[in-house]
Write a protein that binds this ligand. Sequence first.
Ligand SMILES: [Zn+2]
Length: 171
Amino acid sequence: MRAEGIAFRPLSAFTLNKAQFCLDNGLRLIEGWIKVPYSWQAGETASHYLTQLRDEQKIWGKRCPKCKKVLLPPRKSCPFCFVDTDEWVEISSEGVVEAFTIVRRDTPIQPMKAPFAYALIRLDGADTYLTHVLSEVNLNDIKEGMRVKAVFAENRQGAPLDIAYFKPSDS
Ligand SMILES: [Zn+2]
């Protein structure tokens, strides 16, 4: 059976395990993929952030007037206090890996070919984390607390991947 928008492909080892589970339990397994193109109005705050990435290769956060946290990515309102933010703060392009995970399976929506790492990065001057990819690093060498710095894309589009990736600060 084939339906529009669903394409069947060879089963991965992970899927084979799921298939065996289904067989063992009298269930059916249907695998497919969905691609959902969309447009998103970035809004005033994110637009400024993305334009600064593209044009100046600068990273800006916003400070909450109540709790004083510097939010990155910048937010129009503080998710902790629910008040509007009002102060732009330039953030360093260097920071610390607070947590990370290794992606070992390719999917069409990932920004890099697996294996690669996603990290929660707290840039110097920010109180929240930026989720981004790591590159130019041996995956076995990634550690919590590792210092990293942003590498900007050559062809910037005013999009989150204008920071192409982060790499170790000492490389
Ligand atoms: Zn706040």
